[in-house]
Design a protein around this ligand. Structure first.
Ligand code: MG
Length: 363
């Protein structure tokens, strides 16, 4: 089989509600849909998702302008060789490369009529516990969001912190008082300036029985993260510090985290993300899967990983689909009582809808 065309289309889909964290406020997601055509008629579908600088349009430029030319004529089933080829020709730009890489897995799955999780080693669980994130807001706004999600069956909620210590503490105290048994975690999104400040805020927050504290400091500050980890009881989860397998190795060596938050988009695809799970496994660390949030294709890629990787220890964010009003694919993902069920169908289990792609495309 040979690749005959690769096409990335930037897509903008509104969110039902604006979402605010220390990273800013988002009213829509701008990702890119990737189509890989072959000489045998099979088409692979992928998605580049990023809330960071490049977003869907930048990822589409990287794919259409740089990566497509590199891969046309190549065998799409040689996923590892093509992944290394992309890395050799374009530094970083992981979300763009991930969009192509997951489309190659989709093609491989379709070519052997098997779901991607089967090709990654098979199901290790029959459902994946999900976590939902609460947009920053007043006590009443945060409680109102939580009421709806708990009624929907979610058992793990994540509160965004790191901007205003007084409102962080008040919101968490109110959530804990209202939901004594809920698993609660906080995500500072790099919001605290230095290790001692982070330790002080975490000591205030951990009196309310939190399961994790996510990314307290700047991603590069491995020594600072280690200091924080050694001075608080609650496990520290690295998110922005761990994009690639190399980042994961550095974080594990530094003893900077107890948990990795792994993204298919930030790792550069399903394969690199699976390699981070392997590093964590060898380092006796546990993981979750994080979200940008993705549309149906990106969420399906996360889902196949989530059903095949053994060392997931907490609720994961494999539910970008619920943060959007619509989609450009039909997917097989089902959420039941706060759990994700295994995807079905060959490959990633998604089918592109040309009408909805035309409605939401940005170019
Ligand atoms: Mg995070």
């Amino acid at each position: 089989m040979k690749i005959t065309a690769i096409r990335a289309t930037p897509v903008r889909i509104p969110r039902p509600a604006k979402f605010t964290s220390n990273l800013g406020t988002h009213a829509a997601s701008e990702n890119a849909v990737v189509e890989i055509e072959t000489d045998e008629g099979l088409v692979g579908i992928g998605e580049s998702s990023s809330i960071w600088d490049r977003k869907g349009s930048g990822c589409a430029d990287d794919i259409n302008g740089l990566l497509a030319g590199l891969l046309i004529g190549k065998d799409p089933l040689q996923i590892r060789i093509l992944t290394d080829l992309m890395d050799a020709h374009l530094d970083r730009a992981q979300p763009a490369k991930a969009g192509i890489e997951m489309a190659l897995w989709d093609l491989l799955g379709k070519s052997v009529d098997a779901p991607v999780y089967q090709l990654l080693g098979g199901l290790v669980r029959d459902k994946v516990e999900l976590s939902r994130s609460l947009s920053m807001g007043t006590v009443d706004e945060v409680l109102a969001q939580a009421e709806v999600l708990v009624a929907d069956g979610y058992r793990t909620l994540k509160m965004k912190v790191g901007r205003n210590p007084a409102s962080d503490a008040a919101n968490l105290e109110a959530l804990r008082a209202r939901f004594p048994d809920l698993k609660l975690r906080v995500d500072a999104n790099m919001g605290w300036r230095n290790p001692k400040e982070a330790v002080r805020h975490i000591h205030d927050l951990e009196t309310h029985n939190i399961e994790l504290v996510e990314q307290p400091l700047h991603p590069s500050d491995m020594e600072g993260l280690r200091f924080v980890r050694e001075h608080v009881e609650v496990p520290i989860m690295a998110d922005e510090s761990v994009w690639t397998p190399e980042d994961a190795m550095a974080c594990a060596r530094a003893g900077a985290a107890d948990v990795f938050n792994i993204y298919v988009a930030e790792a550069g695809g399903i394969g690199p993300a699976a390699r981070i799970f392997g590093i964590a496994d060898a380092a006796r660390l546990t993981c979750i899967i994080g979200s940008m949030p993705e549309f149906g294709t990106g969420t399906s890629a996360q889902a196949h990983l989530a059903f095949a990787m053994p060392n997931i220890g907490y609720g994961s964010d494999v539910n970008g689909i619920v943060y959007h009003e619509d989609d450009v694919v039909d997917h097989s993902l089902q959420i039941e009582d706060g759990y994700l069920l295994p995807p079905t169908g060959p490959g990633l289990g998604v089918r592109l809808d040309p009408e909805r792609l035309a409605r939401y495309r940005m170019d």
